[in-house]
Design a protein around this ligand. Structure first.
Ligand code: CO
Ligand code: ZN
Length: 359
């Protein structure tokens, strides 16, 4: 699976420009799912129909009564966002220096010394007005991008072009490094889950969403359109396991994190219990996540239509939204195990009918 992760991390794809990563993910899903399509906003929707035991293997149109995918079957939406944060050119000056704005939660402190690249391969280095190194707090307004031009005419980028962090994928044992593990790691976990999920009573709608980093926009429309019974996001979460970190229980290597709450969502207790029970029954290490900042696609879908029971499986990740994010591969493998076992729906503990509001 490390190759899959690297393959996704190596693809350019800021919010609003997800074509390349959508294509890369689509290629990996050929023959794995029953249906694959992109929607109007660019979300990639992969459908796996229910198999076996009392379920009916046909797809339903959205917003009809959810009664035909088997006694235990639910329409489960799994969301992993494809986009990554970046910077967008707002102005190119006479010398060819570019002013920029941020696309998503880019931390200005993380920019000094980092490099970005554009869709056409042009490189950009961040410069700071006045001094090469910051003496005070770094403000994006005082920064510019040097894109190797000497005049506006010869700048190979223009207003509206977006760049992403250039630092590549790397590994030290099971610790993986990349600028966009948020959320290419979630995409890889979702692809691998679909590959390993042999049987399910559920109708699985795996959605690789666009524009999460600018406000979960892809998940908002996909969630409305698909009208799922349950939404699970697969994304990264922060950790409290480095020097003087903000206290937080989550640590690299202790297993996938089952979300309790983040800034914009409180997980449905039934969904949470379903995941915890699955982890316990199948002996998957896990940790409970309370994230005091940030959120996921699940928050947008939770409040769609009349409300959708929501939860999330998170991959612990250090230094989120910086050019050097770090995860532990064992958490990735265990996230896949947790999801595959939960969605296989074998065993009482994974019986979603026990809590579902619409049964
Ligand atoms: Co993010
Ligand atoms: Zn994310």
């Amino acid at each position: 699976m490390k190759e899959l992760i690297q393959a996704f991390c190596d693809v350019f794809g800021p919010s609003g420009q997800e074509e390349r990563i959508r294509e890369a993910i689509g290629e990996q899903l050929a023959g794995v799912v029953d249906e694959l399509r992109a929607d109007r906003l660019g979300n990639l929707i992969a459908i796996k129909r229910p198999t076996g035991n009392g379920s009916v293997g046909r797809s339903r149109s959205p917003s009809v009564e959810h009664s035909d995918c088997g006694r235990f079957g639910k329409r489960v939406m799994l969301a992993a966002h494809m986009d990554e944060i970046g910077v967008m050119v707002t102005h190119v000056d006479a010398q060819g220096f570019c002013r920029f704005t941020t696309v998503g939660g880019v931390l200005p402190n993380a920019l000094i010394g980092s490099r970005v690249h554009f869709a056409n391969g042009v490189e950009g280095a961040f410069g700071l007005e006045g001094a090469p190194l910051p003496r005070n707090a770094v403000i994006a307004d005082k920064m510019f991008l040097d894109v190797g031009a000497t005049a506006k005419e010869d700048a190979q980028v223009q207003v509206g072009d977006t760049a992403v962090f250039r630092s590549g994928f790397g590994a030290v044992g099971d610790r993986l490094f990349a600028p966009n593990l948020d959320n290419r790691i979630g995409c890889a976990v979702l692809v691998q889950t679909l590959r390993e999920l042999a049987n399910t009573p559920h109708e699985i709608h795996a959605v690789f969403t666009v524009q999460e980093e600018v406000g979960a926009r892809g998940a908002t429309t996909a969630g409305y359109g698909l009208a799922p019974d349950i939404i699970l996001a697969i994304d990264v979460t922060a950790t409290g396991d480095f020097p003087q970190a903000t206290p937080m229980e989550v640590a690299l290597g202790n297993g996938p994190a089952i979300k309790v709450m983040d800034r914009y969502m409180i997980a449905h207790p039934g969904v949470r219990r379903w995941l915890v029970n699955t982890a316990q029954v199948y002996d998957v290490p896990y940790q409970m996540e309370v994230l005091e900042f940030g959120s996921t696609d699940a928050a947008a879908v939770q409040i769609s239509r009349a409300g959708v029971p929501a939860g999330a499986v998170s991959i612990p990740c250090r230094y989120i939204h910086t050019p050097s994010q770090v995860i532990d591969y064992n958490d990735v493998r265990n996230a896949v195990r947790l999801l595959v076992n939960a969605l296989s729906g074998t065993g009482d503990s994974a019986d979603l009918t026990a809590w579902s509001a619409d049964k």
